[in-house]
Design a protein around this ligand. Structure first.
Ligand code: ATP
Ligand code: MG
Length: 441
């Protein structure tokens, strides 16, 4: 097997080799190359210790000396070079108590999580595949290196990584590996939210966000996202729906592009439905107020998972307004554009389309047609450069103050009233007209 290494990787490998060390490309980059995918980054494993690596390259960064990792910079590109190591005893199922370095490539490959991630390559030795990684790639299987129970016992995060890789690659999880997850999923509770969030995000923005269902089946979401388990247990007896709340969430994630904010919005848009569900005399289920409650629960979930504030704000805003069915009328569309801003408005249309595609066929065409019509009007409004925000308004706060209004909240109120009028009638965004109106507001 021959893998086409980038020139910079060849350079690093040959510098190490000429100094008398072994060195290989390893892990994800080898896996992706065999699959014909372009690797995100190239990691290198070597028997050189960190001191040696640092002395051999001009520019290095001490990213994880304690774990044997030095980042080598070539031009603007970064390459992680890590000394062969064996992870020591796992104290708490997440951090090796101590890192033990080794001179054996085999030992280094043995500590890695899955067979497809445990291959090394260089041009002299070719592919080093000690655990059947190529075969598992061919059979499209995620399998632990060694005994799955032992490996998940060392680091519980690997269980979530199994589903993450399965979603990224559309692979199955091998039976013994899956069985071990089912038995040990509870141990995920000892893993930090940050590490869980990294894997969950990668899973959600993969080609198969709906594989979250596997994480649910195997008992993992129960640990870090119990709100989702509740959704899976909540049927929707309602003409608009064809699936449980959880089933619907999975469908909507499949029907939206692989963007972090959009996928998290779909994950959370109906998350509070189980909490507000009522059933009327006819046996029809209703979920009144699930939008506002949903925004609250979404914030709680995202904060717990240590998500950044900007994402939290955007996702929660979309969750809150995901059900607003703005009519395709220019004034209404201008108001919505003004309230959300262009970017969030664009996201909302995608969210509403995906939401519809995850529902029953009932009125589907009408629902999609409304969203499309709103989108077309927005395009026109933006093309016409209609004023949709205070910064496009023909008067400013200073004008209001110069007209004799004292500084304070009243100024903002007047500007808002002017914008409101202009949103209804763009031609009124005229300086002379608005100056005259100041006093009347
Ligand atoms: P990605 O394309 O997402 O970066 P990757 O395979 O490079 O995929 P990383 O999380 O970057 O995944 O890890 C790099 C390599 O380190 C893996 O391929 C695997 O060999 C090893 N590895 C990472 N995390 C673990 C872990 N928790 N347990 C065992 N080995 C791991
Ligand atoms: Mg990687």
């Amino acid at each position: 097997m021959r893998i086409l290494l980038p020139d910079k990787v060849k350079t690093i490998l040959s510098v190490l080799k000429e100094a008398g060390y072994e060195a290989y490309a390893v892990g994800g980059c080898v896996r992706d190359s065999i699959l014909g995918r372009v690797p995100d980054d190239w990691d290198i494993t070597t028997n050189a210790d960190t001191g040696a690596v640092k002395s051999l390259f001009h520019r290095t960064v001490d990213t994880g000396i304690a774990h044997g990792t030095v980042t080598v910079m070539l031009k603007e590109e970064a390459f992680e070079v890590t000394t062969y190591r064996i992870d020591g005893e796992y104290e708490d199922m997440r951090h090796p108590k101590q890192v033990v370095f080794t001179t054996s490539l085999e030992e280094d490959l043995k500590r890695r999580d899955f067979t497809i991630n445990a291959m090394a390559y260089n041009d002299e030795d070719g592919l080093v595949d000690l655990f059947g990684g190529v075969q598992d790639l061919e059979n499209r299987i995620i399998r632990c290196v060694g005994d799955p129970k032992e490996r998940f016992g060392e680091d519980a995060l690997r269980m979530l990584r199994a589903v993450r890789f399965s979603a990224q690659l559309s692979f199955d999880i091998e039976e013994k590996t899956a069985e071990a997850i089912r038995a040990l999923s509870g141990n995920l509770s000892r893993i930090s939210e940050e590490r869980i969030m990294t894997e969950l995000t990668k899973m959600l923005i993969s080609p198969h966000p709906e594989y979250l269902e596997k994480a649910w089946e195997l008992g993992m979401t129960k640990v870090f996202l119990p709100e989702f388990d509740l959704c899976m247990d909540t049927p929707q007896a309602n003409i608009h729906h064809a699936y449980s709340v959880g089933g619907h969430i999975l469908k909507t994630m499949e029907n939206i592009e692989p963007d972090r904010i959009l996928r998290f919005t779909m994950l959370l848009h109906d998350i509070a439905k189980p909490l507000v569900k009522t059933t009327d005399e006819e046996g029809v289920d209703h979920f009144r107020g699930h939008q506002d409650k949903g925004a609250e629960v979404a914030e709680e979930v995202l904060k717990r998972l240590k998500c950044d504030n900007d994402t939290i704000r955007k996702v929660c805003e979309l969750v809150r307004c995901h059900d607003e069915r703005t009519l395709p009328e220019k004034t209404k569309v201008r108001r919505l554009l003004s309230r959300l801003g262009e970017e969030q408005f664009g996201r909302l249309l995608k969210v509403q389309t995906a939401d519809t595609l995850g529902q029953s066929m009932y009125q589907r065409e009408e629902k999609l047609a409304r969203v499309a019509a709103v989108g077309m009007l927005a395009t026109e409004i933006l093309a016409e450069n209609d004023c949709i925000s205070l910064k496009d308004l023909a008067i400013t706060g200073r004008d209001v103050i110069e007209a004799g209004i004292p500084k304070g909240p009243e100024v903002g109120r007047i500007l808002a009233a002017a914008l409101d009028e202009v949103l209804a009638e763009p031609a009124r965004n005229d300086r002379a007209y608005l100056l005259k109106r100041i006093k009347e507001y």
